[in-house]
Design a protein around this ligand. Structure first.
Ligand SMILES: Nc1ncnc2c1ncn2[C@@H]1O[C@H](COP(=O)(O)OP(=O)(O)OP(=O)(O)O)[C@@H](O)[C@H]1O
Ligand SMILES: [Mg+2]
Length: 516
């Protein structure tokens, strides 16, 4: 255990899951002792490395985790998926939660925030471990999000965490499969995965399955690069008959024994046919997602060494066997602590910093820009008159600056030069919005079309830039305007995209993004 002094930093990893959530922590500079919280309010004397992502309001009292499960007749579940509109409709507890939230006039961000507040401020448990030094420690939080999530869902998660009282400057979002990879590579035998090896991380949780593939660029210090585009989605669809082992115990920590349903010692004993009915559709779903990743890796001409199986469903013996059978020449690794891998990996990321050199962009990202109207190329009704430049412009042309599938790195922000014409001497004109768009189509669309989606508006504020640095112009009507060239820098981190404005190479603060 690290020496406890008042100026130490504490890294807290938060795995906010669809069904269960967990917290791991470590003192900075002491990554060998990453610990997980395993005693939770309401869990009695049973220990569990995660607590249910379940909450309830009972007579104005907010209950969460095991307490909500035990005391509320209708607890709210599946809130995480409500943060991503494209996922929520596929999971019935989330649909039910949506109705309950509607009746309470609370948004998914509000309720996720209440839960995160309870989770992130697990003071009692950490204080018990660290004593009074805990209160003097600097805290750094790493919160995980599914890699499959939309940028908007990631933004919702960020908002929920900030509303929960986690200061933004102390918070980093990290993708769940990345967290799992960092932890698992450390937990497995040395030499199982070597420099230049390629492996797939399959994080199968209660709500989402995320698959990402990495090549080991270096082992010490660890440096990974994403090699093919990740796949994933919601857990569960069609069924297939193929089952070859009998007997399975579902861990349900904190529950009372019940002989009628073979629930004993925190485990529910299920029969072969029960398991087959429940798991085959989900296993089949996960297998086909793995096949997609394997195919992509083969197409890229890379040798695949291992599949790392993590997450609650990733701990499933049946899934492990099915994967072993499907890929006899590939090592399938199910680390011992697969269920806590994500929270622990988040702590490692907080201690060691970014270890993924490149990730692959999941969409094309770009902006709309104006070109001079050309009667041979454009419709007249698409054109508008520009009072500064005194000519007809067409403004719905796309300029893409990140292409889907290309490597992006948080160490190398993507810069895009913008030119804005703004009225002089009107301070308010120096605050304006730039729309950022994305597209998931294979080819980058030339114009704004149905394949292009509005991602967010970036609120740019150039008031801090000394005015004498702007180019001043006057047109033929005597209208004075600034012609301002500035760079928008996009910093694509693992779990979130940050933006900042640069003028003549100087940074003028973060840009606020308002998502659609
Ligand atoms: N040994 C096991 N075999 C099969 N399933 C399991 C096992 N242990 C837990 N599970 C299931 O895994 C799920 C929880 O996994 P996990 O905690 O990784 O998901 P989550 O983090 O809540 O969801 P997500 O990451 O998708 O948001 C539950 O549905 C649980 O029933
Ligand atoms: Mg999870």
């Amino acid at each position: 255990m690290a020496e406890r002094t008042t100026n130490q930093s504490l890294v807290i990893g938060i795995d906010f899951g669809t069904t269960f959530s967990g917290i791991a922590w470590a003192i900075m500079d002491d990554q060998k002792s990453v610990q997980v919280i395993s005693s939770w309010p309401g869990s009695g004397n049973r220990s569990s490395v995660k607590t249910p992502t379940v909450m309830a309001f009972l007579e104005d009292r907010f209950l969460w985790g095991w307490q909500a499960l035990a005391l509320s007749p209708e607890p709210i579940r599946g809130v995480k998926l409500l943060l991503d509109e494209s996922q929520s409709y596929r999971y019935s507890p989330s649909l039910n939660a949506n109705k309950l939230l509607g009746a309470m006039k609370k948004s998914p961000v509000d309720i996720a925030s209440e839960y995160l507040k309870a989770l992130a401020h697990t003071n009692e448990m950490l204080e018990r471990r660290l004593g009074s030094a805990y209160n003097d420690m600097d805290r750094k939080f790493v919160l995980t999000v599914p890699a499959v999530w939309s940028d908007k869902a990631k933004d919702n998660t960020l908002k929920a965490a900030i509303n929960a009282g986690i200061p933004e400057h102390r918070l980093a979002l990290l993708s769940e499969p990345e967290a799992a990879a960092l932890y698992t590579l450390r937990a497995i035998q040395p030499n199982t995965i070597k420099k230049n090896d390629t492996f797939i991380v399959c994080d199968a949780g209660g709500g989402t399955v995320d698959l990402n593939s990495y090549r080991v660029h270096d082992l010490s210090p660890l440096s990974l690069e994403e090699v093919v585009e990740g796949t994933g989605g919601f857990t569960g669809t069609d069924c297939e008959d193929d089952f070859d082992y009998v007997g399975w115990r579902l861990p349900l920590p904190g529950t009372e024994d019940n002989g009628e349903i073979e629930l004993e010692g925190g485990y529910l004993q299920l029969s072969k046919s029960q398991i087959q009915g429940v798991f085959d559709p989900v296993v089949q779903d996960v297998l086909s997602l793995v096949h997609t990743q394997v195919r992509r890796i083969r197409v890229a001409g890379l040798p695949l060494q291992a599949i790392l199986l993590v997450g609650g469903f990733g701990s499933c013996e049946y899934l492990y066997r099915r994967l072993r059978r499907a890929y006899p020449r590939i090592t399938v690794i199910q680390p011992q602590d697969a269920w806590q891998a994500i929270a622990c990996g988040a702590v490692l990321r907080g201690i060691e910093g970014n270890q993924v050199r490149n990730r692959l962009a999941r969409s094309h990202y770009g902006v709309k820009y104006c070109v001079t109207y050309n009667a041979e190329l454009h419709n007249r009704n698409e054109a508008h008159w520009c009072r500064f430049r005194e000519k007809l412009l067409v403004s719905n042309i796309m300029r893409w600056f990140i292409s889907k599938g290309t490597p992006i790195s948080e160490n190398e922000p993507v810069r895009k030069r913008f030119c804005r014409k703004l009225v002089c001497d009107v301070e308010a004109s120096l605050i304006f919005r730039e729309g950022l768009y994305f597209s998931s189509s294979e080819m980058t669309p030339y114009k704004l079309s149905n394949d292009v989606n509005h991602l967010c508006d970036l609120r740019v504020d150039l008031r801090a830039v000394p005015k004498e640095l702007f180019k001043r112009r006057t047109n033929s009507t005597g209208l004075s305007y600034y012609s301002i060239d500035f760079d928008l820098a996009i910093i694509p981190t693992s779990g979130y995209m940050y933006f900042q404005v640069e003028f003549n190479g100087t940074t003028y603060g973060k840009v606020q993004a308002e998502y659609y």
